[in-house]
Design a protein around this ligand. Structure first.
Ligand SMILES: *Cc1c(COP(=O)(O)O)cnc(C)c1O
Length: 369
């Protein structure tokens, strides 16, 4: 039962999306659950994705990996974004795979492995063209040498070579072919350096959906697991897993010419009913949705009237029959979509779901909990 506000998460949708994605490849699936499972909840999302056939989990930070392990999630997990000085020994002891892009990182992981009393499981990252993390191709041979030495010394086990695509949502971009060529050469160089590298991974959701040549042994879908498509206008049969909704806190009848919300950027043009929805930018509703964001109340579509505030916004529902306690759906199966919100506010569906703040209670349905 909806209380005041909630993000309702359909774990069966996450499971089904993962199974659908897994059916599109012969590679293993690493479900990416960083950023609190794109706002859907780290641990429940991870369990649902594993239930759907993922065999790996991917996170950005060591802290995210630690929270999975503390919850008893034991699936192979890769953490890929860290600064120096993190608790790498703890991560190694918790059986978390770690990414390394630099000689300094190989050295730090080797030292941490000695503290942990076991080798670090390392995925070496090559920058094939995104220019974020990863070794530049000219630095790659030195990174391979250092990693091979750490492996020979018993401090590291190089289990992966990996990279990330810049333009996979534009399948015919030249950058995709360029990155693929750099990646294939980097894997070959690793083999020539005597590293076996059982796991080779490059594809995110768009790579998985549209570029089979990027699948290698492991794919890393994130957004698709949550049922959203990275390709505008194509759903691929994915089922959006999050509904964001709230109960109407108050309705009032007002005359024509009534200014609404901060700055009076909206003024009623007739006698009308205003409905107050208790979600605002403190809950992750973009303020950029002021006078633009779509909302469904009792199955009817409306647009936010005036500014989105920190905790609330107002909807002009005209003469529609709306009462206090009725349900306002911002996005979900019974209302607009996260894609509608992304279009309205000039962003991507990834941001719309991920930005839903911790103040909004998550409620879970489905799943083998
Ligand atoms: C976030 C992320 C992914 C998942 O990307 P999607 O587009 O959500 O599928 C995969 N790999 C890395 C390195 C990432 O940072």
């Amino acid at each position: 039962m909806l209380d005041q506000t909630e993000a309702l998460i359909d774990l069966d949708a996450i499971g089904a999306n993962t199974a659908l994605l897994a059916s599109m490849t012969s590679a293993e699936v690493m479900a990416v659950v960083k950023a609190d499972g794109y706002g859907h909840g780290l641990v429940p999302s991870a369990r649902a994705a594993l239930g759907g056939g993922a065999t790996w989990l991917g996170v950005a930070t060591l802290d995210e990996a630690r929270r999975l392990r503390e919850a008893g999630v034991t699936a192979p997990t890769l953490a890929w974004l860290h600064t120096s000085g993190q608790d790498f020994a703890g991560a190694i002891a918790a059986d978390v795979d770690l990414s390394a892009s630099t000689l300094g990182q190989v050295a730090e992981l080797s030292a941490a492995a000695q503290h942990a009393g076991r080798p670090a499981r390392v995925h070496l990252k090559i920058d094939t063209g995104l220019s974020r993390n990863g070794a530049r191709p000219e630095e790659w041979p030195m990174l391979l040498d250092a990693a091979a030495k750490a492996q020979a010394d018993g401090h590291a086990e190089v289990v992966g070579v990996w990279s990330h695509l810049a333009c996979a949502d534009v399948p015919d971009a030249q950058a995709n072919a360029d990155q693929l060529a750099v990646f294939v050469a980097a894997v070959e160089a690793a083999e020539n350096a005597g590293l076996e590298v059982p796991h080779r991974h490059l594809a995110n959701t768009p790579g998985l959906l549209a570029a089979p040549e990027t699948h290698f042994t492991l794919v890393r879908p994130g957004i698709g697991v949550y049922g959203l498509s990275p390709m505008p206008g194509e759903t691929y049969g994915l089922i959006p897993a999050m509904t964001l909704r709230a109960r109407v806190a108050l309705v009032k009848r007002v005359p024509a010419g009534t200014g609404v919300s901060y700055g009076h950027t909206y003024t009623t043009d007739r006698e009308t009913t205003l409905a107050l929805v208790p979600l605002g930018y403190g809950d992750g509703v973009p303020r950029a949705a002021s006078s633009i964001g779509p909302v469904a109340i009792n199955g009817e579509r409306f647009t936010i009237a005036g500014r989105v505030c920190m905790d609330q916004f107002v909807v002009d529902v005209g003469d529609h029959d709306v009462a206090e306690g009725d349900t306002a759906v911002l996005f979900g199966p019974d209302g607009p979509s996260a894609d509608d919100w992304a279009t309205a506010t000039g962003t991507i569906n990834y941001e719309i779901v991920t930005r839903v703040s911790p103040r909004v209670p998550r409620r879970y349905i489905g799943g083998a909990l």
